[in-house]
Design a protein around this ligand. Structure first.
Ligand SMILES: *Cc1c(COP(=O)(O)O)cnc(C)c1O
Length: 425
């Protein structure tokens, strides 16, 4: 082949317009293709680039809070309208973006007051900076955890300017250990961190929040998952079995915590947010700290969190997508699976499965579920669709779990499976 002159970046970029990418992104792809000598592959590279965009997907993994898929799904219907985010409509005066949402969040877990920030990591950072800067914060050595994504409790504390006072040992920390630490150092508060994503079994003992509350220092409990109330009054039936032992905001406050902090997008089922709830004076001190401005959420998040919280206050768990999925009876999932399997054909079958709460909560717990099984690997084909379907594969068997699929997407799942099975045949 005779060496021909490479096309100009601009010409190659223009030839990639079909990818649907805006011109500046086509230019980036073209530049890369030329510099790597992969001009023929430029259209495929553009397609790949467009598949890296954020887009809606169908979660058929059965992991209800899937970290790679944005944890809890939220419903947002928003025409381009303004919102009274810092305007008090009753008085016409400037309002606080936090006050009304904070009030309903506080009510929903029995707290005096609540403040919303970007996520639970920022909630911990703000609480430590506002209440323990330059002083000690006592934590059990068994709770100096890494939650994932480089969220390590000791690192967050260091960044906040609080001095970590380690107490006890990895497997056992008693009240007397805390008492000794408090008498030896200047300790501003005691922090209790829920071991969300792991458990210590065997010769183990941690100090309960009720015991910590006797120490005479503010107790801050990072409960992580955002379960508001262990009795789940927003559900029609009793609390589900898979929730057992998960700390809840209301009961942790009742046990004596002065503040609880938790995520908005785990068991709370709302948008990504961090909530600081509890004693009004401590919440106010957090709100006055300069970091509060840097960590404040935007209007979209506050609106979505308000909608979620109002559903809790109305005791309508089925309005919250996470709880609707989590509490769906397994028979109804199985009957959806049977009708999907019937539409797709004999190569797939309806089966019982195990779904999981996910989101780094409740390790090892499963929720009985149902789905579709195919003997073979359809995962890539399902993922490459315009509306991607994310399935799981187990020992060469593809499983689409219906507990995490909105019933409105069942027809799309039928089309996706039929196409993928057809392509695999
Ligand atoms: C998940 C979790 C966090 C981190 O929450 P983000 O909202 O992701 O920042 C912190 N603490 C605990 C105990 C958690 O479970």
């Amino acid at each position: 082949m005779s060496p021909s002159r490479p096309p100009s970046v601009d010409a190659l970029a223009r030839s990639l317009a079909d990818s649907g990418l805006p011109h500046p992104l086509c230019v980036e792809v073209a530049r890369q293709a030329i510099s790597e000598g992969r001009i023929d592959e430029a259209p495929a590279m553009a397609r790949q680039r467009s598949r890296r965009m954020l887009m809606p997907v169908i979660n058929a993994t059965g992991t209800l809070l899937h970290t790679n898929l944005g944890r809890a799904p939220v419903e947002i219907h928003s025409p381009a309208r303004y919102a009274n985010i810092e305007l008090d409509l009753a008085s016409g005066q400037r309002g606080s973006r936090q006050a009304t949402v904070g009030e309903s969040v506080a009510l929903s877990c029995g707290a005096e007051s609540a403040l919303i920030v970007n996520n639970c990591a920022s909630a911990l950072m703000l609480v430590m900076a506002a209440l323990a800067h330059g002083r000690g914060a006592a934590v059990s050595r068994g709770e100096l955890v890494e939650i994932g994504g480089a969220f390590r409790v000791p690192d967050v504390m260091r960044q906040s300017g609080a001095q970590l006072v380690e107490v006890g040992t990895t497997n056992r920390t008693r009240l007397a250990d805390f008492e000794r630490a408090l008498s030896a150092t200047d300790v501003a508060l005691v922090l209790s961190v829920h071991q969300s994503n792991y458990s210590i079994t065997g010769f183990a003992e941690q100090t309960s929040v009720a015991e910590l509350a006797t120490l005479g220092r503010p107790v801050v409990a990072d409960i992580g998952s955002g379960l508001l109330d262990a009795s789940c009054p927003w559900l029609d039936g009793p609390p589900p079995e898979w929730l057992e032992g998960e700390p809840a905001a209301r009961q942790t406050l009742e046990a004596g915590a002065d503040l609880v902090i938790f995520s908005g997008d785990k068991l709370l089922g709302g948008p990504q947010a961090g909530i600081i709830a509890g004693r009004a004076d401590l919440v106010a001190a957090c709100g006055r700290h300069p970091l509060a401005r840097a960590l404040r959420p935007g209007g979209l998040v506050l609106e979505a969190l308000q909608a979620t919280t109002l559903s809790y206050l109305r005791r309508k768990g089925r309005e919250i997508p996470f709880w609707r999925m989590a509490s769906e009876p397994v028979e109804s999932l199985l009957s959806r699976a049977e009708s999907i399997a019937e539409s797709v054909g004999p190569s797939v079958a309806a089966i019982h499965t195990d779904a999981v709460p996910g989101g780094g909560t409740l390790p090892g717990r499963t929720i009985p579920s149902a789905g579709i099984r195919y003997e073979g690997d359809l995962v890539g084909r399902l993922r490459h669709r315009d509306l991607p379907i994310i399935a799981r594969i187990d020992a060469g068997v593809t499983v689409c779990d219906l507990r995490s699929v909105n019933p409105a997407d069942d027809a799309e799942l039928v089309r996706g499976l039929a196409d993928a099975v057809g392509g695999a045949a």
